[in-house]
Design a protein around this ligand. Structure first.
Ligand code: SF4
Length: 106
């Protein structure tokens, strides 16, 4: 049985490394923001806008949710999308935090 050439071994290692890199990049890009994250908590982040503490967040309204926020990079049909405020971690369409800014507002 012949041994693979050094060049062939190198090319296989490059292919495996590139695949692993792409997979980890995709995992990072789809990283969901945790409600337990201390910074997210301090911003009042919740997975469901209906659960916002109205006593604490007095400017919150029922219509405010991530899918209607300028900082949310998703389509209306997306369940989750990247939020630029939280470093592109993904937040749910129905989520909310105190940084909500309605799309189209100046
Ligand atoms: S900044 Fe906007 S998109 Fe991001 S968590 Fe807050 S409400 Fe949702």
């Amino acid at each position: 049985m012949s041994q693979p050439s050094n060049r062939r071994v190198f090319m296989m290692q490059v292919a495996v490394g590139a695949g692993a890199l792409a997979a980890s990049h995709q995992a990072l890009a789809q990283d969901k923001l945790a409600v337990t994250d201390s910074y997210a908590k301090s911003m009042g982040f919740v997975l469901d806008t209906k659960t916002v503490d109205a006593k604490r967040w007095k400017k919150h309204t029922a219509e405010q949710q991530c899918s209607k926020c300028q900082l949310w990079d998703g389509k209306p049909t997306d369940a989750f999308a990247a939020c630029s405020f939280f470093g592109d971690q993904h937040t749910p369409a129905g989520g909310w935090c105190k940084n909500f800014k309605v799309k189209g507002a100046a």
